[in-house]
Design a protein around this ligand. Structure first.
Ligand SMILES: *Cc1c(COP(=O)(O)O)cnc(C)c1O
Length: 368
């Protein structure tokens, strides 16, 4: 089969839906003659801060920089430790490593796939600076116990929100829950640019200023460099595209939620573990991840029926050659390892038609 009947994701269809607004935004920037650090960035930062219910937003080049500069703004450096989930995209860990700090992985709650608050305290040492939860798959992590523990121990919390645009926790927006929140607007994220883009959100003006200075060559005033900074800019075209797409984000999230509701109703009673939604969570449904004991064969059967799927993620970070220096082998983080062999992400995107949703449910019922 040349084209899968239901692609895992279709970004071109999302563009078609908002084409007029996006084309106008790009044309406006092209004609303005101003391509970096201008009004489009300022306007998007103000809108996105408002969307997250906080006072500050700083645009940066991508999600990894949002995490990295955010950690640096919180004072993380050489010799420090940062608590991270054992199951996440490797960017979460790399941001810690880029600061010269050590990752301290903690296993997730099996039911939610997110950092298990009850396991964190045992991993805190005198060198711990920050707890870094991830709202994996767009499911909000249980932030209240994490923040309570952090603040009791004098630690900061930075959350990786790269998969959780418009998710809510206890009726509060993700992006307003931690000391600092890091965002990616990679094209496939729920709010995606036409290239790389990222941001941090916070209520703390001093922290947001620190990220701004770090991302602008360590400079507040042109050609005055206070610290050895980095170059991490969200350009005007990306900012304008993001502002145009932000208008439709709540509607797009509602459509993801209705796909998820239909999947959850239609996939009961199969040898599959379906996503479990705690009472505190309104997920963003970046991914709809099921677990299957014989995942690879299940994925193959779905592919034969034209259903596009992906694995998030096939190799846990501690088993990546990039972290070989830690000497962590198989058996070190068993929950993360079980996930890497069992998880499978089904198609979930706002433009899916009723027929596509039914086709996925039908195929899963036949193949599970
Ligand atoms: C996408 C992603 C990132 C990195 O974002 P980039 O914009 O690609 O740098 C970080 N963490 C998680 C959980 C992600 O999904």
């Amino acid at each position: 089969m040349k084209h899968p009947a239901v692609p895992f994701l279709d970004l071109a269809s999302a563009y078609e839906e908002s084409k007029a607004g996006i084309d106008a935004a790009i044309a406006r920037v092209a004609a303005s003659g101003w391509y970096l650090m201008g009004n489009e960035l300022a306007a998007f930062e103000a809108s996105y801060a408002g969307f997250c219910g906080v006072r500050q937003c700083v645009g940066v080049a991508h999600g990894l920089d949002a995490l990295h500069l955010g950690l640096r703004a919180l004072g993380v450096g050489k010799g420090d430790e940062v608590i991270v989930p054992s199951n996440t995209y490797i960017a979460t860990w790399l941001a810690v490593s880029q600061c010269g700090a050590q990752v301290v992985p903690v296993e997730p709650d099996e039911a939610t796939c997110n950092l298990d608050p009850s396991r964190i305290e045992a991993s805190i040492t005198p060198r711990t600076k920050v707890i870094l939860p991830v709202h994996l798959y767009g499911q909000p992590a249980d932030m209240d116990p994490i923040c309570d523990l952090a603040h009791k121990c004098g630690l900061k919390v930075l959350d990786d929100c790269a998969q959780a645009h418009a998710a809510r926790y206890k009726n509060r927006p993700v992006g307003s829950l931690a000391d600092l929140s890091a965002w990616s607007f990679y094209p496939g994220k729920n709010l995606g640019a036409f290239g790389d883009a990222g941001a941090v959100t916070t209520d703390d003006l001093a922290l947001s200023e620190q990220v701004r200075v770090l991302g602008n060559y360590g400079s507040r005033v042109k050609y005055h460099n206070e610290i050895k900074g980095f170059n991490s800019r969200l350009d005007e075209i990306q900012a304008a595209v993001l502002a145009a797409k932000l208008v439709g984000l709540l509607d797009a999230t509602d459509r993801r939620r209705s796909v998820a509701a239909r999947y959850l109703a239609g996939m009961q009673g199969l040898p599959l573990i379906l996503p479990w939604i705690p009472a505190f969570a309104e997920p963003a449904w970046h991914l709809f991840v099921v677990r299957h004991a014989d995942r690879n064969a299940f994925q193959q059967r779905l592919a034969e029926r034209g259903i596009g799927t992906l694995i998030h993620y096939p190799v846990a970070p501690h088993l990546q050659p990039a972290y070989a220096e830690m000497g962590w082998g198989r058996g070190q983080f068993p929950i993360a390892e079980a996930m890497q062999t069992e998880v499978l992400s089904l198609p979930i995107w706002p433009g899916m038609t009723d027929a596509m949703i039914e086709q996925v449910i039908h195929a899963v019922r036949a193949c599970a």
